[in-house]
Design a protein. Structure first.
Length: 228
């Protein structure tokens, strides 16, 4: 319990602001998970779960009496849903790896297509409106921004599990709203890590696009060879 007690209470003062170590460590696990997703590695999912568990307590600042003392219900709530989606993604990627004989990638990137974008757009609009109303009633800090971060994050994680390339673009949209909100709320390590995520996400998008093109080229070559 000594280590857990330290992890729960330990703080560091940066530029006059008290910051929880578990916010810093949790975000580092999140960054590691993003890098694992970029490389299409299955371990990205369990590493992400560690991040989710730690950050759940961080963003309920008023409940757990953190230095910020601010509740971001969207930020906290999405950690719970992340765990559920992570289990789904973990199973999906593991199945793909097994079907490839254990040597292929855990996921083959594809575009979401018209049906996928219809789903994304509908959930993004309806989900954000509904969640904003709920978060406002709960007195969440910045309910509209918090609602989009919540919904957008779920869409991005689901897209990653499905292997949709567009999930990287959704993350960029989440970061664009998330950084200003976190800075205003005083969650400085999370805001800084969001900026780092943005760089990783932009690079990840290009990596997955190249992988998709390479896979498409491989399929064409195989089909051409089979027709000879």
């Amino acid at each position: 319990m000594g280590i857990l007690s330290w992890l729960f209470d330990a703080q560091v003062v940066i530029a006059g602001h008290a910051i929880l170590w578990r916010e810093i460590i949790g975000n580092l696990f999140g960054l590691a998970s993003a890098i694992g997703g970029l490389r299409r590695q299955i371990w990205a999912w369990p590493v992400g779960v560690v991040c989710n568990v730690m950050l759940f307590t961080v963003f309920l600042g008023g409940v757990f009496h953190t230095p910020q003392n601010v509740d971001l219900y969207g930020q906290a709530g999405r950690q719970v849903f992340f765990i559920a989606v992570a289990v789904y993604g973990w199973v999906q990627w593991s199945r793909t790896r097994r079907e490839s004989g254990g040597d292929g990638p855990a996921v083959v990137p594809t575009w979401a297509g018209r049906t996928g974008w219809l789903l994304i757009g509908t959930v993004a609009v309806v989900g954000t409106v509904v969640c904003a109303a709920v978060f406002r009633s709960l007195h969440s800090y910045g309910p509209w921004a918090d609602a989009w971060i919540f919904v957008g994050s779920l869409l991005a994680t689901y897209g990653m599990a499905r292997g949709w390339i567009e999930f990287w673009l959704i993350w960029i949209a989440v970061d664009t709203v998330g950084v200003p909100l976190l800075l205003r709320a005083g969650y400085y390590p999370s805001a800084v890590l969001y900026l780092v995520y943005a760089g990783v996400v932009a690079y990840g998008f290009t990596v997955w696009v190249r992988a998709q093109r390479a896979e498409s080229g491989h399929r064409v070559a195989v089909a051409a060879g089979a027709s000879l």
